[in-house]
Design a protein around this ligand. Structure first.
Ligand SMILES: Cc1cc2nc3c(=O)[nH]c(=O)nc-3n(C[C@H](O)[C@H](O)[C@H](O)COP(=O)(O)OP(=O)(O)OC[C@H]3O[C@@H](n4cnc5c(N)ncnc54)[C@H](O)[C@@H]3O)c2cc1C
Length: 410
């Protein structure tokens, strides 16, 4: 089949990887002018980690990642007040856990694509018309095309979802926070392999020292600080962060003076996407566009890879009957994704506590995380993916076909 994928983040390249390995031709359209680099660091484990291993990409992903040793919560003077050693996560996941820039995972998958995928950068779909036999697609720049299937892998604010299912507001579940991420070179305070966080009533800033003398800063704050408005330009975003974190204590004033150095600020609501169905006709959604779990789940990247793998696998298993494949994809993954979303949403209120008392309480709990039963109680269920996925035999298919052709020729 000729399949169009919107979005070259994580889910898009992962779907292209598996679909081309079962013989399909893929066109990927990405709004940015190039593959996005830099950005925030994600934790990577679970089913997505296992699939990355099947893809032969694990060594590369782990090589560009960081084996974080400690999560440390500090007070306004930088003194340790809470947190935990990550040894416990290492034990609970059998060492199958790493932290890595999202863009590194995206690039690792993208660079593994073969010439059966064409990627168009700096473009976006503007219309989709599914006539039952195929989908006619128009783009902002490229000439119109016709495809057997269209997959939306274009993230939280998916264009394919909007064009196919309607306005985002129907499906978005805001979790009560905003998040901003920036990346700065030459920040003088560094704690290698330690994720350092400071919270003050509904606001939290964290820093993580990366290679190349770079530091990632992550600001998370409750939505009441923005009074419902969304700063759009980099200048508006800097102004918002300066006013919200001005009285933040710790290194806040030093961090805020560095904001002018950054043009590329990731700034968004912390939301989930919850839909009753991820597919309609010949159009399907994968990754955040279908079922964003949010940063509070800490597993969206792995889940995006899982969705791509299952969708491609179900297509192969159903002999390219897209109706059967879409139904099986949804049946297999929707209950699992809903559990992940519910668990992240339940944790939302304690992610950045509203009061000083709440922050103290969180610090105490996190200190107890080095005790295995406490860690099991708080994160055990979320750290282990109990869903068993079939081995779809993806990739083997091409080998078998080639073998059959060779045998026939002989
Ligand atoms: C601050 C933060 C921390 C996070 N921490 C973690 C973590 O610890 N662990 C984890 O696993 N996950 C984490 N996540 C979630 C993770 O980043 C996402 O779940 C994951 O990136 C989803 O992949 P995706 O491919 O579905 O979407 P994305 O990675 O968002 O990719 C979507 C792509 O579509 C493109 N696009 C958008 N609109 C269009 C359009 N109209 N046309 C064409 N292309 C378009 C975008 O440019 C982008 O390249 C975090 C997220 C945030 C914001």
């Amino acid at each position: 089949m000729k399949i169009l994928i919107s979005g070259a983040g994580v889910a898009g390249p992962a779907a292209a990887f598996w679909l081309t390995r079962s013989g399909h031709e893929v066109v990927m359209v990405e709004r940015s002018n190039e593959l996005r680099s830099g950005g925030y660091v994600i934790d990577f484990w679970g089913l997505g980690y296992d699939i990355a291993e099947k893809m032969g990409l694990l060594a590369q992903i782990r090589g560009s990642g960081y084996q974080v040793k400690e999560v440390r919560f500090v007070n306004e003077n930088g003194k340790r007040r809470g947190g935990f050693s990550t040894d416990i996560f290492t034990k609970m996941t059998g060492g199958r856990f790493t932290s890595v820039q999202r863009s590194e995972v995206s690039a690792a998958i993208f660079n593994a694509l073969d010439d059966k995928t064409t990627c168009i950068f700096g473009d976006s779909i503007t219309s989709l018309a599914d006539d039952g036999e195929g989908v006619n697609v128009e783009f902002e720049n490229a000439s119109p095309g016709r495809f057997d299937l269209v997959l939306g892998a274009d993230g939280l604010h998916s264009k394919v979802r909007e064009l196919t299912f309607g306005a985002e507001t129907q499906f978005e579940k805001p979790l009560g926070y905003y998040v901003a991420a920036i990346n700065i070179e030459g920040y003088p305070h560094r704690d290698e392999l330690v994720y350092v966080s400071h919270a003050v009533r509904g606001r939290q800033v964290s820093r993580f020292s990366m290679r190349g003398d770079r530091t990632l800063f992550l600001f998370v704050f409750r939505d009441e600080y923005l009074h419902g408005s969304m700063p759009k330009t980099a200048e508006q975003q800097r102004t918002a962060l300066r006013s919200i974190f001005a009285a933040g204590g710790w290194e806040c004033s030093e961090i805020l003076t560095r904001l002018d150095e950054v043009d590329d600020i990731y700034f968004d609501r912390v939301s989930q996407i919850r839909m009753p169905s991820w597919t309609r006709g010949r159009i399907g959604l994968i990754g955040d566009s279908a079922a964003c779990v949010s940063l509070l789940a800490g597993e969206g990247t792995g889940l995006a890879i899982t969705e791509a793998y299952v969708l491609a696998g179900e297509l192969l298993r159903s002999n390219n009957d897209h109706k059967a494949a879409f139904a099986a994809y949804q049946e297999r993954l929707m209950p699992f994704l809903s559990t992940k979303q519910n668990s992240a949403a339940a944790f939302a209120s304690s992610f950045v506590p509203k009061s000083s008392l709440g922050i103290t309480f969180r610090n105490i709990i996190t200190r107890l995380m080095s005790i295995r039963p406490v860690a099991e109680y708080f994160v055990g269920r979320d750290l282990r993916d109990h869903l068993k996925l079939p081995d779809y035999g993806l990739g083997k298919h091409i080998g078998e076909k080639a073998h059959a052709a060779k045998s026939a020729a002989n």
